[in-house]
Design a protein around this ligand. Structure first.
Ligand code: ADP
Ligand code: MN
Ligand code: MN
Ligand code: MN
Length: 274
């Protein structure tokens, strides 16, 4: 706060209001620097839901609900995919901005979408994902539509939104890297709570509405891993198991997670053995 004195000089007052620490980039960057020789790559699948001005998922009937989930995931047609113009405009704007966006798809809940950012090495995953979220809000605004990253925008038998974090080190990407992937999963299994705390802005409180064990999620209370299994905390993609090299997918992060916190937790557990 700035106060102007009678003589036109200015006094500065420092207010000691407790503000929760929200900038996690610095500590993430320190971890990334320490692990740089392992060349960590990240790819995040950002899910989100479009909302109309009343806060209802975009495209849903004013009174009542759309037909049950099933035909919407990767769907086409005006009665299945709502507002693809926004998704495609966002994709193009990201490319124009130099963001390493890898793809998009419509999601399980009608009005819900996903795009993927990555692979990005080190701290750039956080920088790029945050910038891509901002661009999405701006693009949707042009269309009079809002975006929510809430992990469970509609309670009940409707899928939530995650930010699956795909991760690899150089050793995992090389021949027989599956050994290093399995070692990483072993380390992750011993730090489940640390990761749950880092995977949404409220230390697990947001994600507990989503990680129920239903709707292609694992329970927030248990750690599990499996090949091609979408009900696990960690999924080894089918192709990775066949090739015996590649990456792992951590399915736990919430759509509203801070990518700096997510990436930092993974690096400290897997690469720095903290
Ligand atoms: P899913 O099958 O879970 O829907 P997606 O195709 O949506 O997976 O997303 C896969 C993500 O994994 C992409 O962001 C991609 O960039 C990322 N990815 C691919 N290979 C690697 C790798 N070796 N290390 C880290 N991330 C990777
Ligand atoms: Mn995906
Ligand atoms: Mn998805
Ligand atoms: Mn995924």
């Amino acid at each position: 706060m700035i106060i102007q004195n009678g003589d036109n000089s200015i006094r500065f007052y420092q207010f000691f209001v407790p503000i929760p620490a929200t900038n996690h980039r610095n500590s993430c960057n320190q971890a990334m620097t320490a692990a740089a020789d392992q060349h960590p790559w990240f790819g995040i699948e950002q899910e989100y839901t479009l909302l109309d001005m009343e806060g209802r998922p975009f495209g849903w009937p004013k009174n009542g609900y759309p037909g049950p989930q099933g035909p919407y995931y990767c769907g086409v047609g005006a009665n299945k995919a709502y507002a693809r113009e926004i998704v495609e405009a966002h994709y193009r704007a990201c490319l124009y901005a130099g963001i390493n966006v890898a793809g998009t798809n419509s999601e399980v809940l009608p009005g819900q979408w996903e795009y993927q950012v990555g692979p990005c090495e080190g701290i750039s995953i956080g920088d790029q994902l945050w910038a891509s979220r901002y661009i999405l809000h701006r693009i949707a605004e042009e269309f009079g539509v809002c975006v929510t990253y809430d992990p469970k925008p509609v309670a009940g038998d409707w899928n939530g939104s995650g930010a699956h974090c795909n991760f690899s080190t150089k050793a995992m990407r090389e021949e027989n890297g599956i050994i290093h992937i399995e070692q990483a999963i072993d380390k992750l299994s011993k730090q489940h709570l640390r990761h749950i705390k880092a995977y949404d802005p409220r230390g697990g409180k947001d994600n507990e509405r989503r990680l129920t064990g239903a709707h292609e999620t694992s329970s927030i209370h248990d750690f599990s891993a499996g090949v091609a299994n979408r009900g696990c905390s960690i999924r080894i993609p089918r192709q990775v198991a066949d090739d015996k090299r590649g990456y792992l997918e951590d399915r736990r992060p919430s759509a509203n997670a801070d990518p700096y916190s997510v990436a930092e937790a993974i690096i400290r557990t897997v690469c720095l053995n903290e």
